[in-house]
Design a protein around this ligand. Structure first.
Ligand SMILES: [Zn+2]
Length: 261
């Protein structure tokens, strides 16, 4: 059985070798280390270079949009690395609004344009205030524009929105990422959404070091805990854990164009 943790962040508490070895011992053979600003994208690159079957992404998370001066050239260098498989994590976060909305929007558009020109998929973060959909609307409009313009594909990672928006993102070719939130007692909405995701559009992820699944909730999360997400996904989908491993790993390899080009 082989799993692919399609989304984790490296924060340096353990070495890349230890994280990858512990993950592999739990069946998590493939990893995608996600950048959140220029420096963490560089760290993600070093992580990916240090271990086999690990890839990385480069981008600026909406939380950090205000801290980054847009510089396409320096990101283009990272994005041309053979192990760099996507632009991300980019998007809009109107829930925390750590950066002004206009800045978030500008950085997100710049990265979508860049990914379209490089034909790279995009790892998207989208969060809105409860019962508000401004961020979803804008993310959807921007992705629709660039999907027809060359973005390989995109994933709405850690999806916690409603069914209607999920269907819209699926309709324009998006993937949906499911994290350990699916194991949280109050996340009934995520469990209901999960069963509506077509098997070929489902990605699983830890988003570690955040969002540790039950029974590690509140503790530091690691890629090795992906199987707790996978077990819950398998249970809800009525599939075996082996089937979930096969389906989601194949999807991840397709999404990141690994071994397919
Ligand atoms: Zn993330």
């Amino acid at each position: 059985m082989e799993f692919f943790d399609t989304h984790f962040h490296y924060e340096g508490d353990l070495s890349p070798q230890v994280i990858a070895k512990e993950a592999a011992a739990e069946g998590v053979q493939y990893l995608a280390c996600i950048g959140g600003d220029y420096n963490s994208s560089l760290e993600a690159m070093k992580f990916a270079e240090a271990v086999e079957n690990c890839y990385f992404t480069a981008g600026v998370h909406p939380h950090y949009a205000a801290n980054e001066k847009w510089d396409a050239e320096k990101f283009k260098i990272l994005l041309s690395h053979p192990k760099c498989k996507a632009v991300g994590e980019v998007g809009l976060d109107f829930y925390y609004e750590n950066s002004a909305k206009e800045l978030q929007l500008k950085i997100f558009q710049c990265f979508c344009k860049l990914s379209a020109s490089l034909h790279k998929p995009v790892v998207v973060h989208c969060r809105d205030k409860d019962n508000c959909f401004d961020a979803y609307n804008l993310v959807y409009d921007i992705l629709s524009e660039y999907v027809s313009d060359g973005i390989g594909s995109f994933v709405i990672h850690c999806y916690t929105g409603n069914l209607e928006w999920m269907m819209k993102f699926l309709d324009i070719g998006g993937y949906i990422g499911i994290t350990g939130i699916v194991t949280f007692p109050k996340a009934e909405n995520v469990r209901e959404l999960l069963v509506r995701i077509p098997d070929n559009k489902l990605l699983i992820e830890t988003d570690s070091p955040y969002l540790a699944p039950k029974p590690f909730r509140g503790k530091t999360n690691y890629p090795k805990y992906l199987k707790y997400v996978a077990h819950e996904v398998a249970r809800l989908k009525g599939l075996s854990i082996e089937e979930i491993a096969e389906i989601t790993t194949e999807n991840a390899l397709n999404f990141y164009s690994i071994g397919t080009v």
